[in-house]
Design a protein around this ligand. Structure first.
Ligand code: DNO
Length: 354
């Protein structure tokens, strides 16, 4: 296992020098944030990013993510050109020496929450989701009202996109994912890159849009669509863990045994109702994810890939990008690192600092 930390590039308020000081963290998870969706990711931009990370004494371990253009998810005729460009980006990722590429196949919206700063008992704030609150969000005004990650869409553009998805059933979305993977997996394989699909977050349909990567059987289906080692998953405990029907250790065990977990996102959630949850500190006892059991499953199946703490709360007065402050994620990394050391029976391959 390699402990990593997400960094949002030079505009991230957290300097790489601080990431370097988190015990055991050697890998960085990052992306190019200035490439329009659908364009080829330039090789020189990627190597500049890798050099910046290198200069801080860290290693660019994962690209998260190259967004998949909506036309690909919609199965529009333009998809062939867009998929060819995606393959070229994947080649460039491989040429930069990065071995893992995380991506997702969620229509229109990436991870979605209804509250970015729910105050918990200890005074910290966390991201939260409530399906009833979601149903009150008015999308006729575009994405303006939506907290979270959303790509900004003006009202007419969003309305057109939502209308286009009315013809895309879950089965159609699966076909479009298969079409994409049939072309991208061979490119990844020859570039020496492992693809790691991120589960849908939350793992159920939102705003009437289909979402299919929501469970263990769904992840098994993804890796079977193109049954090659390069076609794997990001095992995200927080995304899958929002659905109490998902048995996380069992899913990790089964995908891990197939050698298809290429990246692990570890985060805890506390489920407070039907399709209602908030994020929690990483340790098992503080939420509904049995982190220890998940890590045991990863250990037993020989997981060797990058792992990162996922969303943290805002603590100690920190202000920053929701879910991506420094302090709580650093505590998460340290907890995960210790848990892993205890479970694996030996320290990670690290050297003492001078
Ligand atoms: C949220 C992240 C996701 C993830 C993408 C991967 O914080 O886990 O945004 O990066 O879904 O494509």
């Amino acid at each position: 296992m390699q402990m990593t930390f997400r960094w949002f590039g030079p505009t991230d308020p957290i300097p790489l020098a601080h990431v370097r000081q988190i015990p055991g963290v050697r890998g960085v998870v990052s992306a190019l944030y200035d490439v329009p969706v659908g364009d080829v990711w330039p090789r020189d931009g990627l190597s500049r990013l890798a050099d910046t990370v290198d200069a801080a004494g860290l290693d660019l371990a994962v690209i998260e993510s190259i967004p998949v253009h909506e036309d690909i998810k919609l199965g529009r005729p333009t998809r062939d050109r867009l998929i060819a460009r995606y393959c070229e980006s994947v080649r460039h990722v491989g040429e930069t020496g990065v071995r893992v590429l995380c991506y997702n196949f969620m229509p229109v919206f990436d991870w979605t929450r209804t509250d970015l700063a729910l105050t918990l008992d200890d005074g910290s704030t966390a991201l939260a989701y409530d399906d009833d609150a979601l149903s009150r969000i008015d999308l006729t005004r575009g994405t303006g009202d939506l907290p979270g990650w959303a790509t900004a869409y003006a009202a007419p553009e969003l309305a057109a996109l939502l209308a286009a998805y009315r013809d895309v059933s879950e089965e159609r979305l699966w076909e479009h994912l298969a079409y994409f993977l049939e072309r991208v997996v061979p490119a990844a394989e020859s570039a020496g890159v492992r693809l790691a699909i991120h589960p849908d977050d939350p793992p159920w349909p939102i705003f009437g849009l289909p979402r299919v990567v929501t469970s263990g059987p769904a992840l098994e289906r993804v890796v079977t669509l193109v049954d090659r080692p390069a076609n794997g998953v990001t095992f995200c405990t927080g995304s899958l863990g929002a659905d109490p029907g998902n048995d996380l250790p069992a899913i990790a065990r089964s995908l891990g045994a197939r050698g298809r977990i290429h990246f692990a996102h570890c985060r805890n959630v506390h489920i407070t109702g039907r399709r209602q949850f908030h994020e929690a500190p990483h340790p098992s006892a503080l939420g509904d994810v049995d982190m220890r059991a998940v890590l045991v499953a990863l250990r037993d199946t020989g997981f060797r890939g990058p792992m990162r703490p996922d969303h943290g709360r805002m603590i100690w007065g920190e202000r920053g990008r929701p879910g991506y402050g420094l302090h709580d994620r650093a505590l998460g990394a340290t907890y995960l690192y210790g848990l892993w050391e205890g479970l694996s029976g030996s320290p990670l391959a690290e050297r003492p600092l001078r």
